[in-house]
Design a protein around this ligand. Structure first.
Ligand code: G1P
Length: 297
């Protein structure tokens, strides 16, 4: 069955980015000149997704507005003869069909996904977390879709992290397939375990392909880590009667929900732009030399 829908939870308050996010959704903070959410939606579209389901909250309407038409701006750009920008703005509103559901109470990632139950229906679907940006040759979610099509089972993106970082992620207890070293059979999952209890250093990254049976598990799972309904806990319950796979995707991932990760993402994507590459290189070289000099003093 084709993966047609992607659920993108965007209801979070973005407290890690205050004061920038007091009135602006963190998903709208730009990486170079595009809001981070646009990178996620473009990844979905490039992977063949036909409908985006935002799980949103009060005060964050700017996210869906970004993918809507803006008649006033379009008219102004047209009158000024700024065809390039006009085309870019119009392309955004034609990109993909968008649906929005409100998560009225912040009860966790699992609860956010459960809010999409009726809109998703009885079909497998993608989940993409807005904090995780992945730059790769084949879009990250498309890599997972490929595995889903072969295996007909839920697939989670995995990444190796340093042992001391395991308490920041969902961690998988998994065995790699002999025939395909990136592909893992998952035995168990733990949401943000203390370092000494982490079963491995394979962390869950914010890309999932899920079968619709996950919704029954989400309805029953009790609050877990942080008192929230956790998607990871529902996946553990799903494991009792369905295969769940992990896939170490190819690509470079940035945690755009973290201040340093956000800076890294900006540098990474700016370096890919010919108009910034050289100046950026000069600026970084000069900063590096200043640092060397100041260390010598
Ligand atoms: C969520 C998941 C966690 C996963 C992480 C990836 O946590 O619950 O299992 O490792 O995303 O970014 P969050 O970072 O939203 O707290």
């Amino acid at each position: 069955m084709k993966i047609r829908k992607a659920v993108i939870p965007v209801a979070g308050l973005g407290t890690r980015f205050l004061p920038a996010t007091k009135t602006i959704p963190k998903e709208m903070l730009p990486i170079v000149d595009k809001p981070s959410i646009q990178y996620i939606v473009e990844e979905a579209v490039q992977s063949g997704i036909e409908q985006i389901i935002f799980i949103n909250a009060r005060g964050k309407e700017a996210i869906e507005d970004h993918f809507d038409t803006h008649i006033e701006m379009e008219t102004i750009l047209k009158n000024r003869g700024n065809d390039l920008l006009l085309e870019e703005i119009q392309k955004l509103s034609r990109l993909v069909q968008i649906a929005t559901i409100r998560q009225k109470v912040p009860l966790g990632l699992g609860h956010a996904i459960l809010c999409a139950k009726d809109l998703v229906g009885q079909e497998p679907f993608a989940v993409m977390l807005g904090d995780d940006l992945v730059d790769s040759k084949v879009p990250c979610i498309q890599q997972l879709i490929h595995i889903f099509n072969e295996e007909k089972a839920s697939v989670i993106a995995l990444m190796k992290v340093k042992k001391e970082q395991t308490s920041l992620y969902g961690i998988a207890d998994a065995t790699p397939r002999k025939s395909h070293e990136r592909l893992h059979d998952i035995r168990a999952l733990l949401e943000k375990p203390p370092v000494e209890k982490a079963p491995s250093n394979l962390a869950i990254i914010g890309r999932y392909i899920l079968t619709p049976e996950i919704f029954d598990q989400l309805e029953e799972v009790p609050p877990g880590k942080g008192g929230e309904i956790q998607l990871t806990d529902a996946l553990v319950k799903l494991l009792h009667f369905q295969k769940v796979l992990g896939y170490c995707y190819e690509g470079e991932r940035f945690d755009a929900g973290d201040k340093f990760g956000f800076l890294e993402a900006n540098l990474h994507y700016a370096f890919k732009r010919p108009e910034f590459k050289e100046r950026l290189y000069e600026k970084i070289s000069s900063l590096y030399h200043q640092l060397l000099l100041s260390n010598r003093l």
